[in-house]
Design a protein around this ligand. Structure first.
Ligand code: NAD
Length: 265
């Protein structure tokens, strides 16, 4: 069981402008809320309906821009709107991602499923970084957080081949950008969550509870993470508290990537 955590009270991002892709659900939604509570103006960019996204943004005192991050024109328009509305873009959380059931073992995964996952999970991060970097370089300030995964650094016999490959590529792209732009005032980090209790994971495991159990045994903390716990890491990477951290693979994974043998319950 997850113990109740105290609500955070820090305000490290007053007046900063934070864009969150995939901000209508799971890790993105929790992060959008946390960034707003830290004082940021939040722009939620998601595929979801205007009604859903508009309500989320209104609750945060922010802005919703309906965006398909696989479409470069929509990405360009979304960042232009964020910049025009608030005057800067200081934080970019590139979080939108999918994990469809058609993506499994390499022996069964067709090219359509492979390409779709690469488009949403990887190519979108390329579009988003390519679009936001000029704003940040011009400002001489910015924090980009690209959401990868612990599967970028570990292999799984319960394979999702395109997903894992996409996250490995997000991690290497992030490392390269972090190094390339290190002197510009722009930091670029990858957040690598362990398994997190979100709709993405719940859908995956609803179909196959044994698969959930099979994975849980590898997490030293004996539980999946919560979206709020990812949001705490996002707020840290977004803020000046992480001012000397760039090009990192920031693992927030309950210890899974360091474990050989896990504790008995
Ligand atoms: P989620 O399914 O709860 O939310 C994903 C959001 O992305 C949704 O709101 C969806 O509408 C949006 N989205 C999907 N395709 C989009 C597109 N083309 N354009 C714009 N928005 C789009 O997922 P989550 O579990 O919160 O995952 C968020 C990120 O964290 C993903 O990149 C995922 O791969 C990564 N991650 C998740 C876990 C986990 O266990 N949940 C672990 C490691 C990494």
């Amino acid at each position: 069981m997850t113990e109740a955590r105290e609500q955070p009270t820090s305000r490290r991002l007053p007046g900063r402008v934070a864009v969150v892709t995939g901000g209508a659900s799971g890790i993105g939604l929790a992060s959008a809320r946390r960034l707003a509570s830290e004082g940021a103006h939040v722009v939620v960019a998601d595929l979801c309906s205007e009604e859903t996204g508009g309500k989320i943004a209104a609750d945060l005192g922010g802005l919703f821009v309906q965006t398909d991050v696989t479409d470069p024109e929509q990405v360009t328009a979304m960042y232009a709107t964020a910049h025009a509305t608030y005057g800067s873009v200081d934080v970019a959380l590139h979080n939108a991602g999918i994990s469809p059931p058609e993506d499994g073992s390499i022996l069964e995964t067709g090219i359509e499923a492979w390409r779709r996952v690469q488009e949403v999970n990887l190519t979108s991060v390329y579009y988003c970084c390519q679009t936001v970097l000029p704003y940040m370089v011009e400002q001489g300030r910015g924090s980009i957080i690209n959401v990868a995964s612990f599967v970028a650094v570990m292999g799984a016999a319960t394979s999702q081949i395109s997903y894992s490959a996409s996250k490995g590529a997000v991690l290497s792209m992030t490392r390269e950008l972090g190094v390339q732009f290190a002197l510009s005032g722009v930091r670029v980090n990858a957040l690598c969550p362990g398994p997190v209790n979100t709709p993405l994971l719940q859908e995956l495991f609803a179909a196959d509870p044994a698969a959930a159990q099979r994975r849980l045994v590898h997490v030293p903390m004996g539980r999946f993470g919560e979206a709020d716990e990812m949001a705490g890491a996002v707020a840290f990477l977004a803020s000046d508290d992480s001012s000397f951290i760039t090009a990192s693979e920031f693992l927030v994974d309950g210890g899974i990537s360091s474990a050989y043998v896990t504790p008995l319950a």
